[in-house]
Write a protein that binds this ligand. Sequence first.
Ligand code: NGQ
Ligand code: ZN
Length: 450
Amino acid sequence: MQTIHAGAAFLEKGWVKNLRIGIENGRIAQLLANQAPQDTDECHAVIVPGMANLHSHAFQRAMAGLAEMRGPGQDSFWSWRTVMYEMAQSFSPEHLHAVACQLYMEMLEAGFTRVGEFHYLHHDRQGAHFADIGELSYRIAAAAGQTGIALTLLPVFYAHAGFGGMEPANGQRRFINSVESFARLMERCRRLLAPLPEARLGIAPHSLRAVTPEELAEILPLAQNGPVHIHVAEQQREVEDCLQWSGRRPVEWLLDNAPVDARWALIHATHMNEAETTAMARRKALAGLCPITEANLGDGTFPAPDFLREGGEFGIGSDSNILISLPQELRQLEYSQRLHLRSRNVIAAPGQSTGERLFSEAINGGSRALQGAGHLAPGAAADFVSLDCTALAYLAPERLFDQWIFAEGVSVDTVWVHGKAQVRKGRHVRRDSIARDFHRAMQDLVAGLG
Ligand code: NGQ
Ligand code: ZN
């Protein structure tokens, strides 16, 4: 049995001292606190569970920093989307592979051990199906396999440009499936995930804009027991269009017309009134918050106090992948609330550390949304992270999350997925070759942008 010793470790019940972790076949076989380290143990100062990144569009990593130039008019989410569609058109399967490898490596280095890939780039540049309808899903799975990140693949069903079954636009041609071709894609994805340890398959109706109610009902059974993720109410315009189409707001419509329960993650859910916020929390739908992207795209502020008061749960995702940082996602989430409410320590309960609350909620929410490991526990996958906090040796471990998220002095040291160290001293074990391939792919993609 492989054994690891942590001077301090964060478990579901809180911090413990001198934890010995025994690992067998990629799973935690044994978890004992207050144990002296033994000669054969690999010793670390601080260990915390690996985080799930519940919402990613891998290809968008290629445009990080490239959409920050102001256009002729007032820029918005929608003008960003036009730029993003242009980038999406130029991808080859090889480009996607190289970009996804770089991205997943960066996620691992940041302390994310599982990714939920909301994958909608399916077809070739003309919009024709590849000979293998899962060609690009295969590239995602290959990147997960090569970097070692655990994968929850969420193949996206996308069929329309707007509410009411609007014809898809030309710029969306690589995303589009019929219910029938989507069923084939799901089938293919199920097979291509088989060789990956602990991979999960879910389903992602893209949004109420892209899927009709009839299509939504038809594709849901394809998820079997996997998670269901959908973008909803990210932009005010979506709310207005939905009202015009149905007389209901997007979250309201979804809760009234779809079997939303604890298996569902509503991505963003930014624009909700109080009734929707309460209803969403009571239905146990998870809020998939993507704080850095939501700030970058000017989406708005999630109604966190109301949602949490009703027992709502959330996880975090890096969505557009403009920046991969676990502490910065959580910090942005809390700071957006502080700025909006002109208040402090909004997410924490009275007497609680904000950093610990943010981290712990995101661990629970992320593992629920992706059906992944979550907190360290016997029988769970051995997905965890050791932190270098040498600069903060004067602090009790109870203070570390606040330091990591809001201040300085904490960095990721080693990251294990299924008991295997994929990151050592903050660097992915295959960093050089992955970064080299990414560089080459980017030269190509950037040249194509003209
Ligand atoms: C996406 N991204 O699917 O990549 C979307 C933009 C849309 C975000 N919503 C496209 N952040 O929503 O139509
Ligand atoms: Zn998204």
